[in-house]
Write a protein that binds this ligand. Structure first.
Ligand code: AVJ
Length: 319
């Protein structure tokens, strides 16, 4: 399987240099921060897969149930292609592909080229009549679609409440960019996690088996390995809590002692108790998300939820 490597604005950006610059900038900031997209190296992608099967982590299984029960694809114009933003595992898109056998092409876009290639190959084997055209790109930036799908009717797919990782202004920018990439009269299917009982949210990010803690800490192993740092993983602890004022789960890594860490020939000091903010996971109400979508030029055609209203899937069209 050929994975097309395309980067923002057609420049040949060095991913390693970008990672290094982001980590140095984030750890030099006050408060310290790291981008959530850096969780997903090979080990992190596997840990996230493990999270999706945890009893406390309701989003994945709830969204799968919604996707199975909803008529999301409807009538498709001939030649329609499905573009998935941040594909990761292909379990969800398989539900859509099974519901829409007339789809001509599937374009998974993912930052993790390795994971993408393997998953795309398996999917191609299972759907021999579908053109599978993987694109290795950071979907938080502008990227180009493969030439084979240009001019086709397009449906975007952004499941998993990945949109929850974005700040409100970034969610707006993503939705506008998706409209530009997909073109006029396109559609977009978005999975959005909902505001709910704080205890349910808290448990989902503080699982008893400690997988989310390992997922959070893995970003430090990645920095050690890829950027030549010396983080002691036993000297940091996973912290996750709901911030009701901002409707978001926050994940942090808390330094358990006053310490210094070497990162790419720099020394980063930590106070005892100081945290690195590693992720936000915003939760929406149905009305709030519809308003965010509308502001970015997307009209809500249908919304599907589970009976408990834990999770939602929004079918949008360009207005
Ligand atoms: C993939 C961003 C949707 O926010 O629930 C899971 C990532 N972080 N457990 C989420 C995550 C901790 C997940 N998203």
């Amino acid at each position: 399987m050929d994975v097309i490597l395309r980067s923002a604005l057609g420049l040949d950006r060095d991913e390693h240099e970008t990672f290094l610059a982001d980590v140095i900038a984030g750890l030099s900031d006050n408060p310290k921060r790291l981008g959530a997209k850096y969780f997903y190296d090979a080990a992190g992608s596997l840990l996230f897969e493990e999270i999706t099967g945890l009893p406390e982590y309701y989003p994945t299984r709830t969204e799968m149930g919604i996707l199975r029960g909803a008529r999301l694809m409807g009538e498709l114009a001939p030649g329609t292609a499905l573009v998935e933003f941040g594909s990761g595992s292909t379990a969800k898109v398989r539900v859509l592909l099974d519901a829409a056998p007339s789809l001509a092409a599937y374009v998974p876009v993912d930052i993790s080229a390795e994971f993408l290639g393997a998953e795309a190959t398996r999917l191609q084997d299972d759907y021999p009549h579908l053109k599978v055209l993987p694109v290795a790109a950071d979907f938080t930036g502008l990227f180009e679609l493969p030439p084979q799908v240009r001019g086709r009717p397009l449906v975007g797919f952004f499941p998993g409440s990945t949109i929850g990782n974005f700040e409100p202004h970034e969610a707006d920018a993503f939705l506008r960019r998706a409209a530009r990439i997909l073109g006029p009269s396109s559609r977009l299917i978005v999975g959005v996690d909902l505001v709910k009982d704080e205890r349910v949210l808290h448990a989902a990010y503080n699982d008893a088996a400690g997988v989310t803690a390992r997922f959070n800490l893995n970003v430090l192993s990645r920095i050690n390995r890829e950027l030549g740092a010396d983080f002691d993983l036993d000297a940091f602890a996973h912290r996750a809590f709901y911030n009701p004022a901002r409707s978001r789960i926050e994940m942090h890594l808390q330094s358990l002692a006053r310490q210094k860490v070497r990162v790419a020939r720099r020394t980063i000091p930590f106070r005892a108790g100081e945290t690195i903010h590693t992720e936000n996971s915003y939760k929406y109400t149905l009305a709030r998300f519809a308003a965010v979508a509308a502001a970015a030029g997307w009209e809500t055609r249908a919304v599907f939820t589970d009976p408990a209203e834990y999770f939602s899937v929004h079918a949008l069209t360009q207005s």
